[in-house]
Design a protein around this ligand. Structure first.
Ligand SMILES: [Zn+2]
Length: 74
């Protein structure tokens, strides 16, 4: 059996089976402290991490630091 490529994103789901793109799942940006201060002053800040939370079971089942995803939440 070939070794699984760890860079390949696996289909991740919360316990109720919602994937990242499900409408009940919201992506929450997480910022450094400086980022929150910038946001408070109305300056857009680049998040350091994006968390995927299911709004039904309130589970954060995935996080990403993918720059392409972070840019979407800039
Ligand atoms: Zn869920």
């Amino acid at each position: 059996m070939p070794y699984r490529d760890r860079t390949t994103p696996e289909p991740v789901q919360c316990p109720c089976g919602h994937g990242r793109d499900h409408y009940m799942v919201s992506a929450e940006a997480e910022y450094r402290v400086l980022g929150y201060i910038q946001l408070a002053f109305g300056i857009s800040a680049r998040p350091t991490k994006v968390k995927y939370r299911c709004r039904r079971c309130d589970t954060v089942f995935a996080t990403t630091k993918d720059p392409a995803v972070l840019d979407k939440h800039y």
